[in-house]
Ligand binder design. Structure first.
Ligand code: A2P
Length: 274
């Protein structure tokens, strides 16, 4: 599995399996199948309600625990130092793991004003070896700068909505300047018509690939880490078969032009998730 090096010196797989929305049993089956194909990065969250299913698949996997990169996220109800420590322990227990590879603050929830205290807890969890890498999700540069100003530790990853319809050019450039890996949620533009777009169809036909494979290739070539969700074995397989072709600069530019300027999901400044 190809990896990208995080600023903390740990390798992170270049593509993973997203698990929202899946229940425990769906997650167990999808993760088991994905790992058998070579996926190594699995993305879950406390709020998805499927950490036990993900953990069961990891426990049963044919590969060693150290081969896998398990990400989970702290839910909004657990912001604050003590609550974050508790929230992590609850996630770890549901997953049945000794450690988590990457722990993310799921949303900044600026209205609650607790993400800095939460981040302090994250740095302590990493010092204790309970999480290997720490990061954030849905944070703006201003929110990340505040974490760094107050705690002195940069997040290794910011997981954000990213797809050709919402390509986040400025944010990606800012991440690159600060050695933060961009991880893409809704990489296939779930809920939009992205996979039916004629430009995507055209490129898919030109490469003998599916629309989803073309879009995932766009993420890889941007340097982002996509985590496509699928519960369907055929789609789980095709979403992983994206390391053996490439898009030309001109083809990348055609996908960049699909920018609609709008998000499909929540805005970091206003979204409330508990
Ligand atoms: P399903 O689970 O039935 O495969 P995203 O990761 O952008 O959130 O997109 C997830 C959505 O896209 C899900 O509805 C998923 O449905 C669908 N999907 C995942 N992989 C593919 C694919 N290769 N082709 C078409 N649709 C896909």
């Amino acid at each position: 599995m190809m990896t990208v090096m995080l600023a903390d010196g740990r390798p992170m797989p270049r593509l993973g399996l997203g698990t929202w929305p899946m229940n425990d049993e769906e997650a167990r089956q999808a993760v088991t199948y994905a790992v058998s194909l070579g996926y190594r990065l699995i993305d879950t969250a406390a709020s998805y309600g499927n950490e036990a299913g993900v953990g069961a698949a990891v426990a049963e996997a044919s590969v060693a625990r150290e081969e896998l990169f398990v990400t989970t996220k702290l839910r909004g109800s657990h912001h604050g130092y003590d609550a974050a420590m508790r929230g992590f322990e609850e996630s770890r227990a549901r997953l049945g793991l000794d450690y988590v590879d990457l722990f993310l603050i799921h949303w900044p929830l600026p209205g609650r004003g607790l993400y800095v205290d939460t981040w302090r807890a994250f740095t302590h969890l990493r010092e204790q070896g309970l999480v290997r890498s720490i990061g954030v999700s849905n944070f703006t540069p201003g929110q990340i700068e505040r974490l760094v100003a107050e705690i002195g530790v940069w997040p290794a990853v910011n997981q954000v909505e990213l797809h050709p319809g919402f390509p986040q050019r400025e944010l990606r450039a800012w991440h690159a300047e600060h050695d933060i890996v961009t991880e893409s949620w809704s990489p296939l533009g779930a809920g939009s018509k992205l996979l039916d777009d004629p430009v995507v169809a055209d490129l898919a036909a030109a490469h003998g690939r599916t629309p989803a494979q073309v879009v995932l290739r766009w993420h890889l070539q941007l340097g982002a880490v996509p985590i496509p969700k699928s519960a369907d074995p055929e789609r789980i397989r095709q979403n992983f078969e994206v390391f053996d072709f490439s898009l030309s600069p001109d083809e990348m530019a055609r996908l960049d032009d699909l920018d609609t300027g709008g998000r499909l999901g929540g805005d970091p400044d206003t979204h409330v998730e508990l």
